[in-house]
Design a protein around this ligand. Structure first.
Ligand SMILES: Cc1cc2nc3c(=O)[nH]c(=O)nc-3n(C[C@H](O)[C@H](O)[C@H](O)COP(=O)(O)OP(=O)(O)OC[C@H]3O[C@@H](n4cnc5c(N)ncnc54)[C@H](O)[C@@H]3O)c2cc1C
Length: 464
């Protein structure tokens, strides 16, 4: 056998399971087709850490509730930002008020006892910016925000440091049962293993029992990202349930942005989105709009399908808007199943921490001086919008599972996503990445193989 366990897909769930399994004496590898882990999470996807009160499906609500409770511990251990900012759900019209009451009763039935049903006056005490007409509202102190790729990369780094092998740029083509275990065929290799966890969405392989089954219930989220000068309207996440279905919401993110968004059954234009979020009563200065985009969001049920456990196969299917929230809980459950099945023993030498990261912009001047004394690259600011230094960019490349693409650097450091939209720092970042990875600048890509950033050298400038 090549491995005890093969994890297929290096998204947040794959990385979280890799981390949990690295606590045991098992030989584990993860296969990811892209250059980087967590590559499918959008750069601006600041995830809401839900608490189960908003979710229609009871089982999904339970997974959200369980995952939510684990966030403090896991983000503290990995030293990544997590803000338990709280949330308020408000609603339009009489129908909306009845809906708020239904959600409150359902939260109580689910045992989410800290949720409070407020009148308009009480809601305005918590969020003074709410409109005069605010009626009943549902308040949860436990909702939060986290950056999904921060979490996924941290899970991956700690798993890597504890011996999990990450096979990046390798695409799974097939999975099949053999007499002794499971065989996974990729575009580069053939592997045998005792157990497979498949987190790849939408693909079906020979081993899958129901190859043609595909569940889909898509919604769209239309986002307006507003910049730092316009972002202090609410400190809680504020949801407004719309009379005609869907919801609009405001999130104060972990970066210097706020997000206004609306969940609907279709893609909206900027004007339509601005109209739909008007109920949140945020004064939007159009010059302060950083970006506007729409993305698909799913409301499927996530299934941890272990019906083929005897064949050494577990599959996680379904896509859900609260998947990041559920990740810590899903990873623990899947790990227990695998470890129980393979008789994994806890490792005594497991190291449950992440290598340190220095964020120049968050340090005091004295700390900055100390750092520059040790490594002068921390004294060279590359991204002036967000005060990111060459030292941080080099570290993001040299770390375990280090960045190999522009987006990899953006995700790990926050460089090149400031107000100038990378016009000042892009060339310098490309040069650093080329130098550190021993490649030509023309080989550097944004994210995928087909996204080269510099097309060619102009020979007249060869000496420059
Ligand atoms: C617009 C939007 C907003 C969201 N907001 C929230 C939120 O507020 N709160 C929340 O909790 N969640 C939220 N989510 C959900 C969350 O961001 C994603 O569902 C989550 O990141 C998916 O992670 P995953 O590990 O489950 O799947 P993926 O990230 O899809 O992981 C699968 C991996 O498999 C790899 N792969 C695919 N095919 C192959 C192959 N053949 N071989 C090898 N590798 C392969 C992919 O490259 C990918 O890295 C949101 C999602 C979207 C789209």
């Amino acid at each position: 056998m090549d491995y005890d366990v093969l994890i297929l897909g290096g998204g947040i769930i794959g990385c979280a399971v890799a981390y949990e399994l690295s606590k045991y004496s098992l030989n584990v590898a993860l296969i990811e087709k892209n250059y980087d882990i967590a590559d499918d999470v959008a750069l601006t996807n600041t995830a809401i850490v839900y608490d189960g009160m908003e979710c229609e499906d009871t089982l999904m609500a339970k997974l959200e509730f369980m995952g939510n409770a684990m966030f403090e511990d896991i983000t503290k251990k990995f030293n990544i930002p997590f803000k338990r900012c709280g949330s308020l759900i408000t609603a339009e019209g009489e129908k909306g008020e009845a809906e708020i009451e239904r959600l409150y009763n359902r939260a109580q039935d689910r045992g989410i006892e800290y949720v409070r049903l407020l009148n308009g006056y009480e809601a305005k005490e918590i969020e003074p910016g709410l409109g005069e007409g605010t009626g009943r509202a549902l308040y949860s102190p436990n909702t939060g925000v986290v950056c999904p790729y921060d979490l996924a990369i941290a899970y991956g780094e700690v798993a890597f440091d504890n011996g999990v092998i990450f096979r990046l740029e390798e695409e799974v083509l097939d999975i099949e049962k053999t007499s002794r275990g499971v065989k996974v065929t990729t575009n580069k290799n053939k592997f045998t293993c005792r157990m497979v966890l498949n987190t790849i969405p939408g693909q079906h392989y020979r081993i899958d029992p129901d190859r043609n089954k595909s569940i889909k219930s898509e919604e769209y989220i239309n986002y307006i990202l507003i910049d730092e000068d316009n972002n202090d309207k609410y400190s809680n996440i504020v949801f407004s349930l719309k009379e005609n279905g869907g919801s609009a919401y405001y999130i104060n993110t972990l970066t210097e942005h706020s997000i206004l968004s609306v969940r609907t059954d279709k893609v909206l234009s900027l004007e339509e989105t601005l109209n739909a979020v008007a109920c949140l009563e945020v004064n939007i200065d159009r010059d302060g709009i950083d970006s506007f985009y729409s993305d698909q969001s799913s409301n499927d049920v996530i299934i941890i399908d272990d019906s083929y456990l005897n064949n050494g196969y577990i599959r996680i299917t379904g896509s859900h808007y609260g998947r990041v929230t559920m990740t810590p809980a899903i990873a623990k459950m899947v790990c227990e199943t695998i470890v129980g099945n393979l008789n994994g023993r806890p490792r005594k030498d497991f190291k449950d921490s992440r290598r340190e990261i220095f964020k120049f912009r968050e340090l005091s001047n004295e700390e900055r001086h100390q750092l520059i004394k040790v490594d002068k690259n921390y004294g060279k600011v590359i991204c002036t919008c967000r005060l990111i230094t060459e030292g941080e960019i080099i570290d993001s490349i040299r770390r375990p599972l280090g960045a190999r693409t522009l987006q990899g650097i953006q995700r790990r450091t926050g460089a090149a996503i400031g107000k100038c939209k990378s016009s000042y720092c892009l060339n310098r970042i490309i040069k650093i990445l080329a130098r550190e990875t021993n490649r030509q600048v023309t080989e550097i890509v944004k994210d995928s193989k087909k996204s080269r950033l510099v097309m060619c050298r102009i020979k007249e400038f060869d000496d420059v």
